[in-house]
Ligand binder design. Sequence first.
Ligand code: HEC
Length: 137
Amino acid sequence: MKRPLLIVVFVFIVSAVMLSACGGGTPTSESSIPKEYAGKTNPYAGDADAIAAGKVLFEAQCSSCHGPGGKGDGPAGQALNPPAADLTKVTEGDDYEFYRISEGGGFAPYNSAMPPHKSTLTEDQIWKIISFVDSLK
Ligand code: HEC
């Protein structure tokens, strides 16, 4: 009677170990992008008209802080703490850029003056701006 019980216990332990190995992975950097933004991709990637339209929007909405070439050297951006980011150095994906432009930086871990744009720009306009920013890299 003892052996079958041992086998059941053994099988139970092995499957518990396997389950935890598969399910309990360490968080990736993507986990800092909220669910509603994660995985979004730019419908205009590389589109010349979108880049031109994005440039006009960027000059009006972003260059005062980020500078005309996105290098973080706009007149209003350098005095900020933290200073405006050099957007040519952003290595994260479209979804990260879309998230940061939509939500800004007024919360941890950013705690910055980066303003949210989700109520002042349409999704379409944000993607065109991202097309322009990506063309600067
Ligand atoms: C009032 C100044 C200001 C304006 C206007 C502004 N930003 Fe920012 N932005 C910042 C600051 C400061 C940071 C750096 C701190 C942070 O990551 O929040 C930043 C960070 C970012 C980041 C994240 C960069 C990184 O390295 O992770 C992106 C992307 C960005 N801005 C895009 C834009 C775009 C596009 C616009 C225009 C639609 C814009 N910002 C308008 C101040 C500004």
